[in-house]
Design a protein around this ligand. Structure first.
Ligand code: SAH
Ligand code: AVI
Length: 321
């Protein structure tokens, strides 16, 4: 296997044991919860891609528009001969816009926990950008510590689109930004996509689409636990719930048990009351100012912010290490 086709994990991502331990711990907690990073197996990543095409899910459309409009300005912030590192790359659709505008970028490093999906994406990226080194890394970006060795000597720029930063608690977001700073290096630039607080009905519809794709994405978490951990969740006895908490500035997603029931995961039995929920995701919504304050706390200074009123794209410069 050549270096170009290798998919590395640094450090190794979850084993089945860690997945099982996280699931049992989360479902034994009060209230019950599951980490959102487990949404993204091959099926979950495919469902997320379908979400991005839904009429109600405005964030992707908004961010693509902002990136198309401002790609030259964003690309001008990248150092010459840089490696662009994307955290949580998914289908790399947005990076493609920046890579087309940034002629001097020499390497693209998509980092994602969804290994099979990342492999497929890397094959297509190599076809579409034959002049670039495509260096996929299968990793959990909350524990990743270094860039891949191939780009360690290059100047690096970072990309964190999609408002994936909103899936962290604010203190976790600041910790992630510090970590990204260490991976990208002193003086580097990081481009972050951040969803904005807005009318609750727009937010509600974005997470309660009429086709039910977001519900499938949420329920896939239980299907994945059944597939990989041999559990016996009856998916028909759980329902998708998503609502906006204006007080907490976040969408909360839950899976609600429609009845009193017991579920077996290996040797562990988990009991549910009727109506009891598993909290599966938060999606924090910011203002330009609140995000810039958060970025400051994570060691970054704002360079520029672009918005269409619904979504925002921020360019940050690292100020601390
Ligand atoms: N950047 C893309 C995808 C966003 S979806 C876009 O803007 O459309 C969030 C992505 O982050 C998914 O591809 C998911 O697999 C990945 N992801 C979520 N948690 C992760 C983690 N802890 N470590 C690495 N990747 C993660
Ligand atoms: C990846 N993340 C930013 C998405 C979001 O909007 O919080 C995940 C998602 N959950 C439901 N729909 C989309």
């Amino acid at each position: 296997m050549s270096i170009q086709t290798a998919v590395r994990a640094s450090p190794p991502i979850e084993t089945a044991n860690e997945f099982a331990a996280d699931v049992i711990a989360g479902l034994s907690a009060k209230p019950k919860r599951l980490p959102p990073k487990y949404f993204y197996d091959l099926t979950g990543s495919g469902l997320f891609d379908r979400i991005t095409q839904l009429p109600e899910y405005y964030p992707t459309r908004s961010e693509l528009g902002l990136l198309h409009q401002h790609a030259p300005a964003i690309a001008s912030l990248f150092p010459p001969a840089a490696a662009l590192i994307e955290f949580g790359s998914g289908s790399s659709r947005k990076a493609r816009i920046l890579l087309r505008a940034a002629a001097s970028v020499e390497a693209y490093v998509p980092v994602d926990i969804s290994g099979d999906f990342l492999q497929q994406d890397a094959v297509q990226l190599r076809r579409d950008f034959p002049h670039l080194a495509i260096l996929p890394v299968v990793a959990d970006f909350t524990t990743m510590t270094e860039p891949p060795a191939e780009v360690a000597a290059k100047p690096r720029a970072g990309f964190f689109p999609g408002s994936t930063i909103g899936n962290f608690e604010p203190h976790e977001a600041a910790a992630f930004l510090r970590r990204a700073g260490r991976i990208l290096g002193a003086g580097s630039v990081l481009v972050v996509g951040v969803d904005l607080a807005k009318a609750p009905d727009i937010l509600y519809r974005a997470y309660n689409d009429s086709e039910g794709v977001t519900a499938k994405f949420n329920l896939n978490l239980l299907a994945r636990i059944n597939r990989e951990l041999g559990a016996n969740f009856n998916l028909a006895a759980f329902e998708h719930q998503a609502f906006y908490s204006a007080e907490r500035h976040r969408i909360e997603m839950h899976l609600a048990s429609t009845k009193r029931q017991k579920v077996r995961i290996g040797d562990t039995i988990i009991e549910f009351r009727a109506g009891e929920t598993i909290h599966t995701e938060n999606s924090y919504k910011h203002s330009i100012d609140s995000f810039q304050a958060l970025a400051h706390g994570g060691g970054w200074s704002p360079l520029a912010a672009w918005t269409d009123g619904l979504f925002s794209v921020h360019a940050l410069r690292m100020t601390a290490d």
